[in-house]
Design a protein around this ligand. Structure first.
Ligand code: ATP
Length: 576
């Protein structure tokens, strides 16, 4: 869409003269006094302009304004790569322009501001910010106020900040309080804090839509509130896996420009109740044991995961169980197709059309999804029974700084599927090789004892449990497609994100044997489920992937090669 927002004039940057042009999607400036081959053009997409200010302005490390008549300052996104991360860092670029007259200066600032509004309709105006002051290195509050708040102010975003005083405060606020006027929710914290906000946002949306979250067969309503993640935890896996970097300034800039990355969410159920939502890992066996062991050594800090991982590995456990899974369409994609889900991913884009077939512009207006969700045919369940080192389900690559390609490198963020990884019982050294491949780029699935399947749903039960019993417990996914949603949310607005856990826990206690400690040598028969870093109190669970249930202020991992080929040159940078 080309608009008539065109403006062209000579401008000065320092003591050099430039020809500046604003045309539709781009603002460009080219040095005019140079010979043709030396001329450099700086081109900034209007959608990546962060702010336009009159005068000579600086924002970071602190704000300073020189209020001159003929000057204006443009702030925009500037990219740089980093050795430690997979994606690109975003920094605040800044160029100060001087005009021959005040009239022209006012014309430039007005046109640029209008262009930004026209080309970035999803930019937030009002945000609800939750800061966990105890996440990670306990620097969330300081980091928000020094690095993020000045950028929000520059971009004219007003924010209501809540520093949490207890766990689950953010979730409860989102479930119960008035959220009118907020465009999005910002999480300053780690994966645990993100999970709280995820539960709050999903729960609130279902409450308002009258949809029951407990029934695994029900189609959940996509959430209109975007979630932004300012990483301030100890692992920040969700931030890394959705953007390729863990960096507060990068995250803040993605929020400001109104990026919108849909994300699949897995709902985990026990019997007729919702247990939790997950976006990264639902893992039984090794990953469950490591989490359970590490909980006993919290005092060690992050080192507890290495310590517990070593202990659990040495205990060489495996667990019997039956896994049922509903395969996704193999013609669409495969976990072994060696592709990566990058910004603008084609597989995810085609999935949007498949998941929301009646939406004319599914990428823009969430509310237009209402009642237009596709009812795909269920397909045939597959059953696998045996002894496993681990059973893992992930709806994203689950990459993190320690495992840059993650659990499933070709998993997609928003294709409505998850990857089920079955690691059969094997020799400890072979299992060690499998684990080691998560730290490098070798194919972690290229082992005879590893299977990976792209799936839409999974059920797990302990060895010996009957299929009939299970069907009674989980029901059929299709059974409630026509009526499962009705009457499940009571008038008091009970949120399904706090399911009947107590009651279900008591039921489950009768089947979950005592988890032995590692030193007592008797290997336990049953492991626990690790659901995004939380231990689940149930073993026989069912999981369903909900395609594009939430949206993040993110744009996926930018492909460094394709960004370089655009040869974006930028002006001076005032990033941190
Ligand atoms: N004020 C608070 N006091 C205690 N716990 C809190 C508070 N606010 C949030 N929490 C809880 O703290 C838990 C951990 O927080 P968070 O995820 O931010 O940090 P982390 O555990 O260091 O990082 P990561 O999850 O990335 O490893 C979350 O589950 C959240 O519910």
């Amino acid at each position: 869409m080309e608009t008539d927002l065109r403006l062209e004039s000579s401008l000065w940057v320092g003591n050099k003269r430039y020809l500046a042009v604003l045309t539709g999607w781009h603002f460009k400036w080219t040095e005019t006094d140079k010979k043709n081959r030396d001329k450099k053009t700086v081109s900034v997409p209007v959608a990546e302009v962060v702010g336009v200010e009159e005068g000579r302005v600086e924002i970071l490390p602190r704000k300073s304004v020189e209020d001159t008549d003929k000057d204006f300052t443009v702030f925009y996104v500037k990219r740089s790569s980093t050795r430690n991360s997979y994606g690109l860092l975003w920094r605040l670029g800044r160029t100060q322009f001087s005009c021959p007259s005040r009239v022209l200066r006012d014309q430039w600032t007005k046109q640029l501001k209008t262009a930004v509004k026209t080309h970035s309709p999803l930019r937030p105006h009002r945000l609800l910010v939750f800061i966990n002051p105890y996440g990670g290195k306990k620097k969330g509050r300081q980091l928000y106020h020094s690095l993020v708040a000045p950028l929000f102010e520059l971009a004219d975003i007003s924010s209501h900040v809540i520093v949490t005083e207890r766990a689950n405060q953010a979730r409860d606020h989102l479930l119960k309080k008035d959220l009118t006027g907020f465009d999005g929710v910002v999480c300053v914290g780690g994966d645990g804090m993100f999970s709280e906000i995820l539960h709050g946002v999903i729960g609130r949306t279902q409450q308002e839509a009258g949809v029951c979250e407990n029934n695994p067969a029900v189609t959940l309503q996509p959430c209109p509130l975007h979630i932004g993640i300012i990483p301030a935890g100890s692992t920040d896996c969700v931030c890394y896996a959705t953007g390729g970097v863990i960096d507060p300034v990068t995250s803040a800039l993605h929020i400001i420009v109104g990026d919108s990355q849909p994300l699949d969410v897995c709902s985990v159920h026990y019997g007729s109740g919702l247990v939790r939502y997950s976006v990264s890992l639902v893992g039984y066996g090794f990953y469950g044991d490591v989490l359970s062991e590490s909980e006993k050594h919290r005092w060690m800090g992050p080192v507890r995961y290495d310590y517990s991982g070593t202990l659990v590995y040495l205990s060489n456990r495996s667990y019997a169980g039956t896994v049922h899974y509903l395969p996704a369409d193999p013609l669409l994609s495969s976990p072994r197709d060696k592709t990566r889900c990058l910004s603008g991913c084609g597989v995810c884009a085609r999935s949007t059309e498949r998941l929301f077939p009646n939406s004319s512009d599914s990428g823009s207006l969430y509310s237009s999804y209402s009642g237009q969700l596709s009812t795909e045919s269920e397909g045939e369940w597959v059953t696998v029974e045996g002894r496993f080192k681990c059973v893992s389900l992930t709806c994203m690559s689950s990459s993190c700084a320690r495992s840059p390609l993650g659990l499933s490198p070709s998993a997609h963020l928003a294709d409505g599927t998850g990857d089920l990884i079955l690691v059969w019982n094997t020799h400890p050294l072979s299992f060690l090789k499998f684990l080691h491949r998560h730290t490098n780029s070798q194919d972690r699935f290229d082992f005879p004892f590893v299977e990976v399947h792209r799936v839409k749903a999974v059920r797990f039960c302990l060895a010996g449990a009957t299929e009939e019993g299970e069907h009674e417990e989980f029901g059929s996914l299709s059974a409630a497609a026509d009526g499962g949603a009705s009457g499940c949310v009571d008038a008091g607005g009970r949120n399904g994100s706090q399911p009947h856990l107590e009651q279900m826990r008591n039921e489950e206690k009768t089947v979950t044997p005592f988890m032995c400690c590692l030193c007592c040598r008797k290997a336990p028969d049953v492991s626990v489920w690790n659901c995004d870093g939380e231990i689940l109190p149930f073993t026989n669970i069912s999981c369903k992937i909900h395609g594009q249930l939430v949206r993040l202020y993110a744009r996926g991992i930018e492909d460094i090669a394709s960004i370089r080929s655009c040869s974006q040159e930028t002006g001076d940078c005032c990033g941190t």
